[in-house]
Design a protein around this ligand. Structure first.
Ligand code: NAD
Length: 257
């Protein structure tokens, strides 16, 4: 029995990296998947892996800017219209946020918060409103970061947005528990995706990244997708409001000197 047969899952940031790995895993396990990303070309490329036509009954793809409330509402409504029921949501859409307290411009700060935090909030709200009367188990997974657990110099807006994602996850877990909707977050360590590819171009930097993880290497997107899909299933039925580190031990300890 495939774990996601007869289940529908929404994935944002679906065109690349961790989101695309989640989509592939869900597809293999029988889910119907609603894919959202602002990158239309990337979306179409991924969808073509599953289907040569645009009318696959298990796939719905939509171009979406998660920071735009109207777009989010119409995407969730369209997915519900196509599939009837929605069972899960994985929020992967995210952008980098470089800058420190001395040089970070307000526009940069607002842009990062609008995608990483507002986008997560808007998607969770639209999903929760769509399923709140279903009275059966539903689940949300937000992708936070190790930068939502520990500070990172010169990544101030990113850190702020990811600490906030961890905080809203815990709070929404409490708020939505009575509706049967579980909300958890994953805090990944460094994962090899287009988001981080530039960091591995310098061999010395790549060595330092690997050394910062207890298991001595960066992660792969499939290792995050494995935990995200687990959190959607009833095997995680007693988990809500949790922020789960999936980071090869990156945030497990302070290095001894
Ligand atoms: P990625 O760049 O490969 O994928 C991110 C996707 O989000 C892209 O397809 C992009 O088009 C989409 N996106 C960006 N802004 C959007 C918007 N406004 N609306 C809709 N889609 C939008 O990155 P990734 O590494 O797969 O990261 C996925 C998530 O994981 C992000 O939230 C990131 O912060 C988080 N994360 C990544 C790492 C890592 O090491 N890769 C570590 C910790 C956390």
């Amino acid at each position: 029995m495939k774990r996601f047969e007869q289940k529908t899952v929404l994935v944002t940031g679906a065109a690349s990296g961790i989101g695309a790995a989640c989509v592939r895993r869900l597809w293999e396990e029988g889910a119907s998947v609603a894919l959202a990303d602002q990158d239309q070309t990337g979306l179409e490329k991924l969808i073509s892996e599953f289907s040569e036509t645009n009318d696959n009954p298990r796939i719905f793809g939509g171009r979406l800017d998660v920071s735009d409330s109207a777009q989010v509402q119409s995407f969730v409504a369209a997915a519900k219209g196509k599939f009837g029921h929605l069972h899960g949501l994985i929020n992967c859409a995210g952008i980098k946020g470089v800058g420190n307290v001395l040089d970070c411009e307000p526009e940069n700060w607002k842009k990062v918060m609008s995608v990483n935090l507002d986008g997560t909030f808007l998607m969770c709200q639209a999903f929760a409103r769509a399923v709140q009367h279903d009275r059966t188990s539903r689940a949300i997974v937000n992708i936070s970061s190790g930068a939502g657990i520990m500070g990172v110099p010169n990544r101030l807006p990113y850190v702020a947005s990811k600490f906030a994602v961890s905080g809203v996850t815990r709070t929404m877990g409490a708020e939505l528990g009575p509706y049967g909707i579980r909300v958890n977050a994953i805090a990944p360590g460094m994962v090899r995706t287009p988001f981080t590819a530039y960091m591995f171009e310098d061999p010395e930097k790549a060595r330092r990244i690997r050394a910062a993880h207890a298991i001595g290497r960066e992660g792969q997107p499939e290792e995050i997708a494995a935990v995200a899909t687990f959190l959607l299933t009833d095997d995680a039925s007693f988990m809500t409001g949790a922020v789960v580190s999936v980071d090869g031990g990156q945030t497990a300890c302070i290095p001894s000197v």
